[in-house]
Each structure stands twice: as structure tokens, then as C-alpha cells.
Design a protein around this ligand. Structure first.
Ligand SMILES: N[C@@H](CCC(=O)N[C@@H](CS)C(=O)NCC(=O)O)C(=O)O
Length: 216
């Protein structure tokens, strides 16, 4: 039994995509993270910080995108989304999977919120170092961990797609555009994007946002 706690157009969308890549049955519960009074307090029983995503798999609660990704890709090895323990690319795969949450995401958030700091002030270092690292890596590697699409690409491509194309906080670099081009035609990615958009646009929050943006 696999239950997924999700909010459309949020950080949990990358786990939505991963679940669609896995092709396993799951039940989705939508958490209203944009509710006026905040996320319902009862949700703390699942996610102590009241954030999405979270999953409950065979009775065990798992939170944090990196942990959820590692767990799911290993739990369903038939999908081929994780190098196995002992394979050379297992280490690079884990590195990039964790990097997305531990460095990429907070470095972008710091930049988007105008935080001024030195590299050693925070564990995630500077925005420029992060961009240089991702750019250098994707200029010489087709995917996050070598020549094969893995769960690390679900996280990395989700992060690049949102922050470069929507948030506009990540600079547009040829290596990023080419990388998204290699991944964007995956059926699970397209399916998730469409479903997530439909779910988001069915909510009063995004209907008001679209109306204000002249897209309603
Ligand atoms: N470290 C968490 C971050 C998740 C996160 O920031 N989720 C946001 C959605 S974009 C959220 O649930 N926010 C609701 C809130 O903070 O009230 C992870 O990687 O899973």
C-alpha cells in the first residue's frame, strides 16, 4: 500500500513524476498547503513540518524528497531508476539526488529571497558555485549519473525546469536547455505536467492567480 501526500505545482510535483515513472499503484491525498489558515494541523502526524511531499509505504512514513526518491527507486528496482548498491554509479547517483535538496534548492531560495552571505555561512555555499557545478556537470554528462536516466534526474530536471523556466532565478544555460530537451519527452513527465496543471487550475488559489495574471 502506497499513499502519496501532494500539492499540485509544488515541490511534491517531482515525487508525483517519480511515481508515474515507477508505474506502481498509489493513492494520492491532496494537502492544501495554500489554505488561508495554513496547512491543517492534523497533517503534522504525517509530516512534522506540515510540508509536502510525504509518502506512507506499507505503514512507514517517509518524508524529504531525497529520502522518498531513494526509497521508492530501491523499492521498485524493476523500473531501473537507481544504480544498485555496488555499482560504480551508485555514489554519483546519490550525490546528485541529495545535492538537489541540500544545495540546489536552498541556494536558489537564498538567491530568490535576496539573502546576502559568504560561502561558509551556510552548508549549501554560494549560488554561483552551485550554478557552475550543475552547468559543468551537465555539459559533460547526459544525465545526473552518467548515461542513464535515474531518479536523480527526476529531482534535478524538476528543479532546473521550475527555477529556470518559471521562477526565472536560475540563468538559462545551453547545458540546462539541452538537458531538459533530453528528458522533456518522457511520457511520465508529460503526463504529470498535464495532471498537475489540471489539479492546480481546479483550485480557487490558482484560479485567482490566473485571473490576476490575465490567464483565466
Ligand atoms: N525539504 C522538503 C521541502 C518540501 C517543501 O518545501 N514543501 C513545500 C511545498 S513547495 C510545502 O509543503 N510548503 C507548505 C508549508 O510550508 O506550509 C523536501 O524536500 O521534501
Amino acid at each position: 500500500m502506497l499513499k502519496f501526500y501532494h500539492a499540485p505545482w509544488s515541490r511534491s510535483s517531482s515525487i508525483f513524476w517519480l511515481l508515474e515513472e515507477l508505474g506502481q499503484p498509489y493513492e494520492m491525498e491532496v494537502v492544501d498547503i495554500r489554505a488561508e489558515g495554513g496547512v491543517p494541523e492534523g497533517y503534522r502526524e504525517i509530516q512534522p513540518n506540515k510540508k509536502v511531499p510525504a509518502i506512507v509505504h506499507d505503514g512507514a512514513v517517509i518524508t524529504e524528497r531525497a529520502a522518498i526518491s531513494i526509497h521508492l527507486a530501491d523499492a521498485f528496482p524493476q523500473a531501473g531508476l537507481a544504480p544498485a548498491i555496488g555499482e560504480t554509479m551508485r555514489g554519483p547517483y546519490l550525490t546528485w539526488l541529495v545535492y538537489c535538496d541540500a544545495v540546489f534548492d536552498p541556494a536558489i531560495a537564498a538567491r530568490a529571497h535576496g539573502l546576502t552571505y559568504k560561502s561558509n555561512d551556510y552548508s549549501f555555499g554560494t549560488f554561483d558555485d552551485m550554478v557552475r557545478n550543475v552547468d559543468n556537470h551537465l555539459a559533460k554528462s547526459n544525465f545526473a549519473a552518467g548515461d542513464r536516466f535515474t531518479a536523480a534526474d527526476v529531482q534535478l530536471a524538476s528543479g532546473i525546469n521550475y527555477t529556470m523556466n518559471v521562477l526565472k532565478a536560475l540563468p538559462e544555460r545551453p547545458a540546462f536547455v539541452d538537458y531538459l530537451g533530453r528528458i522533456g519527452d518522457r511520457p511520465a513527465f508529460r503526463r504529470t505536467q498535464e495532471k498537475d496543471r489540471d489539479m492546480a487550475m481546479a483550485t480557487p488559489y490558482f484560479q485567482a492567480w490566473a485571473a490576476a495574471a490575465g490567464q483565466g
